[in-house]
Each structure stands twice: as C-alpha cells, then as structure tokens.
Design a protein around this ligand. Structure first.
Ligand code: 13P
Ligand code: SF4
Length: 309
C-alpha cells in the first residue's frame, strides 16, 4: 500500500481486493460505521450476512454476531477486527449446564437470545433477538415450558409482554444496560421534563417502567427519528448517537452514564478499531472457525427464528 493512503482508504482498497462486505453494529465507533455496507442491529446484520456475493465478511461487532454470520455463510471467510470482542451475556452462559438442562428436561423449549455462543445455539430450539423475542415466545405452544436464556432483563420483559407463566429465565446480564440506574434516569427526567425515554430491553425493570418506548437498537433509532418530540433520553449504548445525529440533526439526545463504567459504552464492541479492521482484512485473521457439525446444529434454531419475522 502507498504510504500516503489513509487508514480508511486502505480499508476500502482491501475491501475491493478481498471482495469483502463490511457489516457494522450500531455500537461500533463512528469511523467504522461510516465505512460499512450495512449498519444495523443484530437481527438486520444476521439477515444481511446471507445476502451478498463476495468472499469475505468483515464483521465489526462482537464475536457471537460473527459466528452467526459464519453459520449462515459456511463457505465464506468471516473475520472480526478483535478476537476479544466478546459479550458479558455470552460469558454468563457456558454450554455444559445447558446440555445438562436439556437432558433433564427434554420436553422444555430452549429459547436463546442471539447473544450466546454457537455451542449454546446448537443446543437451542429457537433463537431470538431483542427485536423479535416477543413474537418468538408467542410462536411456542402455551402448554410448553420455556427456558429463556441468557438475559434476565430481556426474559422478564418478554414474560411481562406475553403473559407467559411457564418460563424459566437464565440470570445473565449485559454489563452496559443492566447497570443503567433508575435513580439516574429519574434525575434526567427532572432535568429534561419534555424528553421522551427510549430504552433497550436489556435494561433493568425499574428503568423499563419509566420508558415511553422499549425496543432493539434499530427500533430505538426509528422511534426517536419518527416520533414527534425534540428531546429523547436514550437508554442504550452511546454508539447509536451517530445514526441519531445524522438522521435527526435538529433533535437532542441524552445518553446517561451507567453505574459500571460511568459511561454508556460497550467495552467489548469498542475493542474494534479502524486499524484492527484494516489488519483483519489484510491478514484474514482473527477468523471465525466453527466445525461443520456445530454449524449444522446451530443453523436449525437460527432458521426457525428468521422464518418468524
Ligand atoms: P440489538 O439486537 O439491539 O442489536 O442488541 C444487541 C446487543 O448486543 C445489545 O446490547
Ligand atoms: Fe453484550 Fe451488552 Fe456489549 Fe451488547 S452491549 S455486546 S449485550 S456486553
């Protein structure tokens, strides 16, 4: 590469050479979002991953999302800028207890949030994302017992929305959303009395109770852009500010710090940088490798979810 090229130019050049597509989650830093072919929530990115002609998917998000792209594209190379881009929900839910649960309760339906490892997906009956979790649970016959995993707050929210009685919920949490505090939200509402509140369902119930709207990252963006109102308190990762500012520059958006980092940034998502994206396109590493057996088994619950919405 000529020394005068910017990192952005290098990435675009490598993208052409590798016949690659760049998929970016809303929580990626703005410079990465600006280069992406698609910026979306986890459901949109899963759908987009299967709809292209190239050879390489550079997945700018976290590892479980890239694994999902690999399951949908077994013949393509899938790379992630940083191998350590994990997720606290994935880490809360190892596969062994799920296998043991399955053996003890073969008649229960395991509904796994997409924020799980490919091993856990392979043990699941159906997947869901924050966008379609209510529809997925409603698609299961009411007499069936459900194990919903791994996010406790999303599980409780879905249970409230569906009125489902026979549902066990794993006790994992998101390190970003679960540490948003109701007291901080209450103080922000006093400060901005005209602001509407939009929240991700991974937030605690006391936060969701104060929300005017609950939805996935893309749904939150759509709500803030399309709803009448000049001010919004946005209870999710601050990466979504980039799309909000572009789509509704005249509106004001307030992101609250959580009790974990006193910020609203996902430490896993933010491991990816422009330089690491360039290097992963150059080296085709770190690369997602999943055995054929695992891909075959994980595809079943994934396809069931994609057929629903
Ligand atoms: P979305 O389904 O809204 O993209 O959420 C994924 C995620 O990791 C939320 O923290
Ligand atoms: Fe996982 Fe939370 Fe980060 Fe989303 S924001 S990737 S759920 S740790």
């Amino acid at each position: 590469m000529p020394a005068s090229l910017s990192v952005q130019d290098e990435i675009l050049q490598l993208k052409r050479d590798r016949r690659a597509i760049l998929l970016a989650h809303h929580y990626q830093e703005a410079e990465i979002q600006d280069l992406a072919d698609c910026v979306g929530d986890s459901l949109e990115l899963a759908r987009r991953a299967r709809e292209f002609d190239g050879d390489v998917i550079a997945f700018c998000g976290v590892w479980f999302m890239a694994e999902t792209a690999k399951v949908l594209n077994p013949g393509r190379i899938v790379v992630v800028p940083d191998r350590e881009a994990s997720c606290s929900l994935v880490e809360s839910c190892p596969v062994e207890p799920i296998r043991a649960y399955r053996q003890r309760h073969p008649d229960h339906v395991i509904v796994s949030y997409i924020n799980t490892s490919v091993e856990v997906k392979a043990e699941s009956d159906i997947l869901c994302t924050s966008r379609n979790a209510v529809q997925v649970v409603n698609s299961i016959p009411p007499e069936k017992h459900i194990l919903f995993l791994p996010d406790r707050n999303l599980g409780n929210y879905v249970q409230r929305m569906t009125g489902r009685k026979n549902m066990s919920i794993w006790q994992g949490t998101c390190v970003v959303h679960a540490t948003f505090a109701a007291r901080r939200l209450a103080a922000a509402r006093m400060e901005h009395p005209n602001a509407l509140v939009a929240a991700h369902p991974e937030c605690p119930p006391e936060v969701l109770e104060q929300a005017d709207f609950v939805g996935s990252t893309t749904a939150i963006i759509k709500y803030c852009v399309e709803t009448k109102g000049d001010e919004f308190i946005v209870m999710t990762e601050s990466g979504v500010a980039h799309s909000l500012k572009r789509l509704a520059p005249e509106k004001r958006f307030y992101f609250l710090p959580n009790d974990n980092c006193n910020c609203s940034e996902c430490p896993y998502m933010k491991r990816n940088t422009l330089e690491k994206l360039r290097d992963c396109l150059q080296n085709l590493e770190p690369r997602v490798e999943v055995s054929e057996d695992l891909m075959r088994r994980a595809l079943v619950p994934l396809e069931r979810m994609l057929a629903i919405q």
